[in-house]
Design a binder for this molecule. Structure first.
Ligand SMILES: Cc1cc2nc3c(=O)[nH]c(=O)nc-3n(C[C@H](O)[C@H](O)[C@H](O)COP(=O)(O)O)c2cc1C
Length: 361
C-alpha cells in the first residue's frame, strides 16, 4: 500500500488538497507518552501556508483534531488518528487543469495511474498539503527522541545557488536546531537568507519559481542503529524522504563529492575520545554499512522549483488530444524549500525513531 510506511511506527496518510480534510493514522506509538500538543502546534505552524509573500497565499490554519489513540494527555498505544480539516480551498482555480496537464506536476502521471478518477483539484493527493501529517508525525517523533537526548534539526543550505553556512559535519548544538526552528526563514547566515528571499520574490515577480537544498542533521545517535543492505538507514531515510513531493535528490555526508575524492581523503579516520569511538571527519554522514557509527547523521535534500508557475508553458490537453499552452493561475509557493524544512526534519525524526525502536525488539 503506497500510503503506509514504517516498521514499528507505521504511518498512513490520507486526504486530498480540496477535499474535506487530510490526516494520518499512526500505529505503534509507545503507550503512556505525554505528547506536548503546544510543541506539535508550533511545528505545524512552521509548515503552514499563508504567512508570508514567500509562500502560497492559501490561508490554511493546519489546526488538527486527534480522533483516537490519545487519552488524558497521553498516547494509549492504539492507533492515533489525526484530522486536519481543509478550510481555504479555491477549487475554481483548477477547473481548466482537469484535462490540461501541468508540466512538472503529477497531473498526467496521476491521471494515468488512477484511470482519470483522481481528485485533480489543487493536486489532490499529490499536493504539498499532504506533508502536514508528516510534520505531525515528526513532531511526536522528535519529542520521543528528545527524551533519549537525540535531536534533529535542519536549515535551508541553498536557494537557487545562494548558499548558507553549512552545518559543522562533526556536530551542532541542540540549541542551534531550536534557534533555527524559531526562524521564519531558517538559515544560519541571515545575510545569505536575505539574498535568498530576494531571489524568491524576484522569481515570483517574473511568474517563475526557484528550488533549493535543505541540510538536516541528527545528533547524539548511538552507534549501531540500522542494518546492512536493504534496510540500511540510508535506504529507509531515502525511501521516506523521496516520498516528500518535490524532493529530487538525497545526499548523505559528502555524497556525490565522495566520488571525486581519493580514499585517503574520503575515509573518516578514527580515534578514541574519552572512551567513545569518533572520527576526525564525517564525510560518510554518520552512516557506514547502513548503520549509524556514532557520528551525527547528516544529509541534504534537493527540492525542485515549484512546478505551478504563471509563465506560458507548452503542454497537452487530454480531452482534445492536442498540444496547447498553459498559464497557471491560483495560489502557489514561489519556492517550496522554506516550508519543506520542518517536513524533512519530521520525516528524518520518524524514520530514525522507527529504526531505533526496531533495533530494540
Ligand atoms: C510543502 C510543499 C508545498 C508545495 N507547494 C506547491 C505549490 O504551491 N504548487 C505546486 O505546483 N507544487 C507544490 N509542491 C510540489 C508538488 O506537490 C510536487 O512537485 C508534485 O506533487 C510532483 O511531485 P514530484 O515533484 O515529487 O515529482 C509542494 C510541495 C511541498 C513539499
Amino acid at each position: 500500500m503506497t500510503a503506509t510506511l514504517g516498521e514499528k511506527i507505521k504511518l498512513t496518510i490520507f486526504g486530498e488538497s480540496h477535499g474535506l480534510g487530510i490526516g494520518c493514522v499512526i500505529d505503534g506509538l509507545p503507550p503512556g507518552f505525554a505528547i506536548d500538543l503546544d510543541a506539535v502546534k508550533k511545528e505545524m505552524q512552521r509548515r503552514a501556508p499563508g504567512k508570508s509573500p514567500l509562500a502560497t497565499a492559501r490561508n490554511e490554519k493546519d489546526a488538527f483534531i486527534i480522533e483516537s489513540g490519545f487519552f488524558e494527555g497521553r498516547t494509549t498505544g492504539t492507533p492515533l488518528c489525526v484530522l486536519i480539516p481543509n478550510s481555504d480551498q479555491h477549487s475554481g482555480d483548477y477547473s481548466k487543469l482537469k484535462n490540461v496537464m501541468r508540466p512538472g506536476h503529477a497531473d498526467y502521471s496521476g491521471k494515468v495511474k488512477y484511470n482519470g478518477f483522481n481528485d485533480y483539484r489543487g493536486g489532490g493527493h499529490f499536493s504539498g498539503r499532504l506533508t502536514a501529517p508528516l510534520v505531525f508525525m515528526g513532531a511526536v517523533a522528535k519529542q520521543i527522541l528528545a527524551k533519549r537526548g537525540i535531536y534533529v534539526g535542519a536549515h535551508i543550505v541553498a536557494v537557487a545557488g545562494v548558499k548558507d553556512t553549512p552545518f559543522n559535519p562533526l556536530g551542532e548544538r541542540a540549541d542551534t536546531f531550536s534557534e533555527l526552528a524559531q526562524k521564519t526563514f531558517p538559515v544560519l547566515d541571515d545575510a545569505a537568507g536575505n539574498e535568498m528571499q530576494q531571489l524568491i520574490l524576484a522569481a515570483k515577480q517574473s511568474c517563475d519559481s526557484v528550488g533549493g537544498v535543505i541540510e538536516c542533521m541528527a545528533i547524539n545517535l548511538p552507534a549501531g542503529i540500522g542494518a546492512p543492505f536493504f534496510d540500511s538507514l540510508e535506504s529507509r531515510l531515502a525511501h521516506a524522504l523521496f516520498s516528500v513531493p518535490a524532493v529530487k535528490g538525497i545526499e548523505f555526508g559528502k555524497g556525490f563529492a565522495l566520488a571525486q575524492m581519493p580514499g585517503s581523503e574520503a575515509n573518516d579516520q578514527m580515534y578514541y575520545d574519552n572512551g567513545m569511538v569518533k572520527t576526525y571527519t564525517n564525510n560518510n554522514g554518520g552512516i557506514t554499512g547502513g548503520i549509524t557509527n556514532g557520528m551525527p547523521v547528516l544529509f541534504k535534500a534537493a527540492v525542485k522549483p515549484t512546478p505551478s508557475i504563471a509563465k506560458v508553458q507548452k503542454t497537452v490537453d487530454l480531452s482534445t488530444e492536442s498540444n496547447t499552452e498553459l498559464v497557471i493561475t491560483g495560489r502557489h509557493d514561489p519556492c517550496i524549500v522554506q516550508r519543506a524544512v520542518p517536513v524533512i526534519e519530521g520525516v528524518a525524526a520518524w524514520v530514525i525513531l522507527d529504526m531505533l525502536l526496531a533495533g530494540e525488539k
